[in-house]
Design a protein. Structure first.
Length: 141
């Protein structure tokens, strides 16, 4: 049930993110989650969208370099320590967390999700399901 994340490489210059998001908007693509990490010379934009293949095609047609990565989207309980409970389940299963970012679930008002990049997707999914956590599918965010 892993979802696909698209990572787009951009030069670290003014207007690059604006130009990329305009290409996606003009193609009718809705961004469900976005994370931006940068270095001095380039940035990596990580996005979650409903239609990863259409998005990848649009990006390629506009000469953007991108890649797809499986990630896990887990609903975070709206309680004190909600994130910690997710992390504890991953730690107990010895799942290494590489990075994460959050998003609100547009189609399910009031729920927040953490997007998790882990080394072992299946193992993470099993640990989270066993802990009673809800995982999202590609179009559910």
């Amino acid at each position: 049930m892993a979802i696909k994340q698209i990572s787009v490489f951009l030069e670290n210059k003014p207007g690059q993110l604006d130009a990329m998001t305009k290409v996606l908007a003009d193609a009718g693509i809705t961004l469900r989650a976005l994370s931006l990490a940068e270095t001095k010379d380039f940035g990596i934009v990580r996005i979650i969208v409903d239609d990863v293949y259409e998005t990848a095609t649009v990006l390629k047609d506009h000469d953007y370099v991108s890649s797809m990565t499986p990630v896990v989207a887990v609903m975070i309980p709206d309680v004190v320590g909600g994130l910690n409970k997710v992390l504890t389940a991953l730690t107990a299963a010895k799942v290494n967390l590489e990075y994460m970012y959050s998003t609100l679930a547009g189609k399910q008002t009031g729920n927040a999700y953490m997007i998790l990049r882990v080394e072992e997707v299946k193992k993470a999914e099993e640990a989270l399901r066993a802990g009673g956590f809800c995982l999202a599918e590609q179009g559910a965010l």
